[in-house]
Design a protein around this ligand. Sequence first.
Ligand code: PLP
Length: 408
Amino acid sequence: MSFVKESVSQKPIVDTVFTIVKKAKEDKAKSGEDVVVDATIGSLYDEEGKLVALDSVFSSLKNLDNRVLAAYAASFTGNEDFKDRVYQWVLDGNSHLHHEIIATPGGTGAVAMTIQECLEAGQTVILPEIAWGSYNLMAQMNNLQIATYALFEEDHFNIESFKHTCQMVMAQQNKLVVVINDPCHNPTGYSLNKEEWNEVIAFLNECSQTHAVVLLNDIAYIDYAYGQKQAKEYFSVFDQISDNIVVIVAFSLSKSMTSYGLRCGAAIIMGQREEAVQELKIVFEKDARATWSNINNGAMATFVDVMDHHLKAYDQERLHYVALLKERSDIFVKEAKEVGLKHYPYKEGFFVTLSMDNETRDKYHEALMENHIYTVKVNLGIRVAVCSLSVDKIKGLAKKMKEILDTV
Ligand code: PLP
């Protein structure tokens, strides 16, 4: 007899990132900061190796009245002004669908809520083959099966694999719940272009003739997309969805505001039919109340204050780091090309991922550590966190990594 639900696996989480982060730290203490390349950390770091915490955001937070920080939120779905600013900031005038917003603890809350509430135990959720690890865990915790689509056909989104996976799942159940992490996919840095989104939506519209479709678009890194405002234009494609599709956009303040620990984000529910949107809103609101009750009031108030009073400063500050991210990734990608170090098609975002089979990956990952280079293993690849490596550390890194790969 077990104390916890027998349906949930009791195997502990294997936190591959944490173990490697620890090893990198130990190596830094032993061999010196200059020798070690720590490409494990998935948060934005500056050129001095420090975590970026945007001044525009944190001075706003510190100027809030203590009572604002102390208070409960106004409702289980979040404060009205917060929901309004999230909608304006994220959709940026690109959507005309019915919508509702639920404030969530980070993007995690929005993704978890969708996975938990949209499928019955035993049903299948569709995930990218290379993906943020938490999707898998969320599926496990809810007793869901997983079907994955291959992400790429050469340098493009693999629409055929996406279609094939959806068709397989449709043969087994009456609903599709599909996760697309875009733009700035974690961990490859790919972003679908508008045509690719058009193809996805046209196909899901076909599926929706026989099946209810839930499209979960995880946009955790969107505010670091190099196109900025243009990077939000693809939302207009969602205006083409049929009545039998709902889209849930999972937004996170963690990256957008560099406020990972404040745990704030939102699920933006969108659909052609008001009733469909309300159906999700009602269930999500209950889920919110039953799990986290309400969201960090100070984090919501900070977001509103930044949007209303410090937008220029926030944009300036963030754009500096977007440019820095581009500088870092440009160097890595250019040098990787010069030496023939293969990676998945990178366009933008926090990570570049080298492509290889899992057997090579395991040996290579060890060999890299023997050479003081610390990275994170992902399915079919090695993730290099350009978000936390200084320009100096990146210069020459691809060449070094290629030389080590040739010895494996
Ligand atoms: N989605 C992706 C792809 C992520 O990488 C992350 C964080 O690393 C999240 C969502 C959620 O982050 P948070 O819950 O901190 O907003």
